[in-house]
Design a protein around this ligand. Structure first.
Ligand code: PGA
Length: 254
């Protein structure tokens, strides 16, 4: 049996300066060169810092991710950055559907599905984030919400995803766990990850290679126990990815 690669992705969000971002990327690069991890390491800086960081990590094992993409192909869309521009700048992955885009920027599923299409057209892998809010969680609606989010994603992008299932990575991020220090219990995670896997497989057998990440308050202390969850293929890390030592510790511990 071929072991499939685990994924560790660091989402830097809207943080840092050019100088601090380059220094963070350099530290991660040094650690990765030394340790020769077998997993896929992805760093996701603010878009304006992608190019200098690409120049640093290019030829290394580290992959480059973008936090956002335009819903449109090239043209008169002031302020936007297209999938083909990201590709041209060496971007391998892009986030779509992150909780902050849903709840603060107010993007919806139709925007997300345009973005997924643009990215797949540009040959960039999509890290699609989804998950329930605290209210949904308290009202025991977690599975209902997950199912509806996944169904919309797969229905809206059916043709693309059936042709290119490996271009999609799912990231389950309970909104109440993002930046709060709270994480679901191991029992909750086992049950949710089984549910996500079953839901995805039921939609189409072709979707079985799709990887599923967990995100929300991942730290060096909880990373390895989170990784023990069945059907969980990696971690999406926010806050802890801004501190080189923490991110490297997570990469080393799993
Ligand atoms: P966090 O963020 O690790 O700071 O909780 C996770 C995310 O938003 O992807």
């Amino acid at each position: 049996k071929i072991m499939s690669k685990k994924i560790i992705a660091g989402n830097w969000k809207q943080n840092g300066t050019l100088k601090s971002s380059i220094s963070l990327a350099k530290k991660v690069l040094q650690a990765v060169k030394k340790a020769k991890y077998t997993h896929e390491i992805i760093i996701i800086p603010p878009s304006i810092f992608l190019l200098p960081i690409r120049d640093l990590i290019h030829k290394s094992q580290i992959k480059l991710g973008a936090q956002n993409v335009s819903a449109f192909s090239d043209g008169a869309y002031t302020g936007e950055i297209s999938g083909s521009m990201l590709k041209d700048s060496g971007v391998d992955y892009c986030l779509v559907g992150h909780s902050e885009r849903r709840h603060i920027i107010n993007e919806d599923e139709s925007v997300f599905s345009s973005k997924v299409s643009r990215l797949i057209d540009s040959d960039i892998r999509v890290i699609y984030c989804f998950g329930e809010t605290l209210n949904d969680y308290k009202n025991k609606k977690t599975k209902l919400i997950i199912k509806s989010q996944l169904k919309k994603l797969f229905l809206n992008n059916k043709n693309n995803l059936k042709k290119h299932p490996s271009k999609l990575i799912l990231a389950y991020e309970p909104v109440w766990a993002i930046g709060t220090g709270l994480v679901p219990s191991p029992e909750e995670l086992v049950s949710i990850f089984k549910y996500i896997r079953d839901t995805v497989n039921k939609l189409d057998k072709k979707y079985s290679p799709i990887k599923i990440l967990y995100g929300g308050s991942v730290t060096p202390d909880n990373a390895s126990s989170l990784m023990d969850t069945k059907h969980l293929d990696g971690l999406l890390i926010g806050g802890a990815s801004l501190v080189a030592k923490k991110f490297i510790d997570i990469c080393s511990t799993i």
